[in-house]
Write a protein that binds this ligand. Structure first.
Ligand code: 26V
Length: 862
């Protein structure tokens, strides 16, 4: 027994006893011990030198376990152990975190501020360990000590502070910015309830609240001393249980910052994700209270505190949108107050801020229009507080702000009723109207007589209720507007906001999305990552272009075998996990064919389902048909008010049930709907996938990002020419992709004459599949429930053109199955795909933003 080991015997005996009693969930009594030589070296590197690490009884972990809980250790379970581990990791990174901010304060570089209503970060423990390079050390230590590491990791809830791609992109971006040592900060909201938990009951989606902060979150650091005040033009009160507005009586809210560390790979830079929580100001109306109006006195406090209670699902177009509007302003007001305070601190001469330096010291990126109130808010600060003239304020505002568009869907483009501005933000309305007046003047001067253009460019949409067009506001008020994939940026510029693009051509650019290879390859797929590193070294982790060097290895049998083995490993791992957590059995020797993303008509999960029904029909008709056995995985959440999306989920579940119950196809086809799609589920499933479905109606998916994750992880893509999938196919070569279907141009061009009925009448397999659905084959005990599918696919005109693409999809699918019969050829294509995925690292994307939009440079922390 080592000295360290001896020293901790005593206090930990009780824990060991408890572990034995729990039946083998043996928690090493010393948890993540810090007594190994590597560990102390690393700790020194992270600046933890002054803390004494003489033995495991001194270990951070043990101290946290004991003193944070002040409890008998034998009563503590995996949750407390997770918290203690996470707090220890936070301790390890904290000096580096402080040093990062000190460095920025000293060097005063231009800072990047990423404003986003969503940050879908998922779990942090494994990611932080990985980026701190502590992963191997901790693994060894926990293995030595018999800690049930998996059980500990499973205690961490996903931080689900986003709906989908837009929120996950923000999370990948802050990882890349920290890794690239950019002085950057994420600003968002600290929702108490993230995206709802999805369960499936009788095939239907049921939403449950995601109270992810029920237990204390070990990562966040609350900084009450940096609170900010946010002023609104009206007050709120609760009357008879409903929220009422008191017009003309201004009120204020407090924004309390909660900081989370963002550890760059290598642990050199630790940036901050600052999430704001709303609170009532520290005033209490004692007069009202003593007069007996207890409810009235508390109402304001309650309404203030509910502002950041929940993340809005992205379909809630009407219901409760007023609160969303205030949330957006709250994010903007808190973040701008905070960054302006920082600016003043570092850029003043004898207490007088040098405002002309603002664009040289701050780049503010608006993640979609959600934070586009930043335009009038920054104007307000510069006009009313800094007392600048309009022209100077306007130039500084435009030079500091930049806007990213993430969707062309008209129903997703934000427009807020003008009366809401009048009520809540009267000064902002004044500013917006003045921006609009000047804009109109400019359009009239440049395009005399073109009234249509004036109307289209205007920040105000006329109608029964006048509305502010937030995209127009963001474009006009910033120096840069970008889309997120080449095709998307082109459509944005030439169709969606054509007139504005003609006025400000130099503002428009493309920045194709990317994903962080740390989380999505190194962490999620250790087997493949190891094979890659064995082949080309580990430079790819921070320079994904290095993967290019794998290309020649497509001809190397040894490497093909390694890649195949890694995939098999990941599939078994997934199958075991699925079996143990849900009782569902899947066979890793079948093709894993996946479509995982939010459920939306334009993403066409229904097209995929139709493909499955056709294959099912083929097998029923011809039982001897040779067809490689397949498992089709679906996962995704439907926005709670999106009725048809929920029917699609029900259909997928019924399809799964009917196929499971049909002996004719048993062992050959299986459909699995995985509930509760999340970052963590994606991390499990993507490495195990053979086939990635990216089949949106061309022109509708701005970019997609799961497409990139699949490619990096050695899945082959079957997809339409949409979003970034186009660029992925270009990078790998179309012969290594399975592309099919109408192009965006063809979709737009055939709208007027397209008839889904034609396909029903003329394509026997299409017709048979639809007939089977409408015969209630998949709804025997619920006749008629899929009638809405007939409406959307047939009688309603099939807006998303499922039937137009079905035949081509099946042909591409055939080519894919043909390839599968030749394992060597399949492995070759997999390798070429992985090797060609380098472009889709978010490091590349961030390098482009930094160089072309922000003019931001790394600021290394010594
Ligand atoms: C919002 C709404 C709101 C109203 C109803 C329909 C609807 C549909 C979608 C959305 C989300 C819009 C923003 C968004 O999440 N865009 C996604 O951004 C990703 C990151 O750039 C990109 O990869 C996805 O293609 C894009 O859909």
């Amino acid at each position: 027994m080592t000295r360290a080991r001896q020293s901790q015997v005593g206090w930990s005996e009780a824990a060991a006893d408890m572990d034995a009693a729990q039946g083998g969930h043996a928690m090493g009594s010393d948890g993540i011990a810090v007594d190994t030589p590597d560990m102390s070296k690393l700790l020194q590197q992270y600046g933890c030198g002054p803390i004494r690490f003489t033995g495991t009884s001194d270990a951070l972990y043990e101290r946290h376990l004991m003193f944070d809980n002040v409890a008998d250790l034998s009563t503590l379970g995996p949750r407390e152990r997770f918290e203690a581990v996470a707090r220890s990791v936070r301790d390890v990174l904290s000096q580096r975190w402080v040093l990062t901010e000190q460095t920025y304060a000293r060097q005063n570089p231009k800072r990047v501020y990423y404003l986003s209503m969503e940050f879908l970060v998922g779990r942090s423990l494994t990611n932080n360990l990985l980026n701190l390079l502590l992963d191997p050390v901790v693994k060894r230590a926990t293995a030595d000590k018999g800690l049930d590491w998996i059980a500990v990791l499973e205690q961490e809830p996903d931080a689900g502070l986003g709906n989908g791609g837009l929120g996950r992109l923000a999370a990948c971006f802050i990882d890349s910015m920290a890794t690239m040592q950019l002085p950057a900060m994420g600003y968002g909201l600290r929702y108490e309830y993230g995206i709802f938990k999805q369960t499936i009951r009788d095939g239907w989606q049921v939403e449950q609240p995601d109270n992810w902060l029920r237990r204390p979150d070990p990562w966040e650091v609350v900084r009450p001393e940096e609170k900010v005040e946010v002023k609104l033009g009206c007050s709120f009160e609760v009357r008879g249980g409903t929220l009422g507005v008191i017009v003309g009586r201004p009120s204020s809210l407090l924004g309390i910052p909660y900081d989370r560390p963002v550890v760059g790979y290598g642990g050199k830079t630790v940036n901050t994700l600052r999430l704001w929580a709303a609170a009532a100001p520290d005033t209490f109306d004692f007069q009202a209270f003593s007069a007996g109006d207890f409810v009235g006195a508390l109402a304001e406090r309650l309404t203030a505190e509910s502002l950041t209670r929940v993340l809005y699902p992205d379909d809630s177009t009407s219901m409760g949108q007023g609160l969303r509007f205030v949330q957006e302003y709250f994010l903007v007001a808190c973040s701008l107050a905070d960054l302006v305070r920082r600016f003043r601190l570092h850029n003043s001469d004898q207490g007088i801020p040098n405002w002309s330096k603002l664009p040289a010291k701050a780049a503010i990126q608006l993640n979609d229009t959600h934070p586009s109130l930043a335009v009038p808010e920054l104007m307000r600060l510069l006009l009313d507080e800094a007392r600048l003239g309009w022209d100077e304020a306007w130039n500084l505002t435009r030079q500091t702000l930049a806007y990213t568009n993430h969707t062309l869907l008209p129903e997703a483009l934000e427009k807020w009723p003008l009366p809401w501005f009048a009520l809540l933000l009267p000064r902002h309305l004044e500013i917006i109207l003045e921006i609009d007046r000047r804009l109109t003047e400019e359009v009239q001067a440049r395009f005399p007589g073109d009234d249509g253009r004036v109307e289209r460019v205007s920040l105000i949409e006329e109608g029964a209720e006048r509305k502010i067009r937030m995209a127009n506001l963001a474009i006009v008020g910033s120096h840069s507007t970008n889309g997120v994939a080449a095709i998307h940026s082109d459509l944005l510029r030439t169709v969606t906001v054509k007139d504005l693009a003609e006025m400000f051509p130099e503002s428009f650019s493309n920045k194709t999305n990317g994903v962080t290879p740390r989380r999505w390859l190194l962490l999620a797929n250790p087997h493949l990552a190891r094979s890659i590193t064995n082949a080309i070294g580990d430079g790819w982790v921070t320079d994904l272009g290095e993967l290019e060097r794998l290309k020649p290895l497509a001809e190397d049998k040894g490497f093909r075998d390694a890649v195949r083995t890694a995939k098999r490993e990941a599939k078994s791992r997934f199958a075991d996990w699925l079996q143990s957590t849900s009782g569902v059995t899947v066979d890793p020797d079948t093709i894993f064919d996946c479509q995982i993303k939010r459920i939306h008509e334009y993403k066409r999960q229904l097209l995929n389902a139709l493909r499955v029904v056709v294959l099912y029909n083929r097998l029923r008709e011809n039982p001897d048909l040779e067809m490689a056995p397949r498992t089709f995985f679906f996962a995704g959440k439907a926005a709670p008010a999106y009725h048809l999306a929920k029917i699609i989920i029900k259909f997928l579940n019924n399809l799964a049930g009917a196929i499971d119950g049909d002996p004719a196809v048993r062992g050959r086809l299986k459909v699995v709907f995985l509930p509760e799609y999340s970052v963590s589920l994606a991390e499990r499933l993507i490495p195990a996938s053979d086939v990635s479905n990216q089949i949106s109606t061309a022109g509708y998916e701005a970019s997609g990002t799961s497409n990139m994750k699949f490619m990096m992880n050695g899945a082959l893509t079957i997809g339409t020419r949409d979003g970034a999938t186009i660029e992925m196919a270009e990078a790998a070569g179309e012969d290594n992709f399975f592309m099919f279907g109408l192009t965006a141009e063809q979709v737009a061009g055939s709208r007027s004459w397209y008839s889904p009925h034609w396909h029903y009448d003329n394509e026997p397999e299409t017709r048979a599949a639809l007939d089977l659905i409408f015969s209630d084959h998949f709804s025997r005990f619920e006749p008629g429930i899929f009638e809405p599918l007939r409406q959307t696919l047939l009688t309603g005109g099939d807006h998303y053109m499922h039937l137009a693409d079905l035949k081509a999809y099946l042909e591409a699918d055939n080519r894919l199955l043909e390839l599968y019969r030749d394992p060597d050829e399949w492995a070759r294509k997999v390798i070429v795909n992985v090797a060609s995925s380098g472009k889709f690292s978010s490091d590349r994307t961030i390098a482009e933003y930094a160089a072309e939009i922000w003019d931001a440079k790394p600021c290394p922390v010594p």
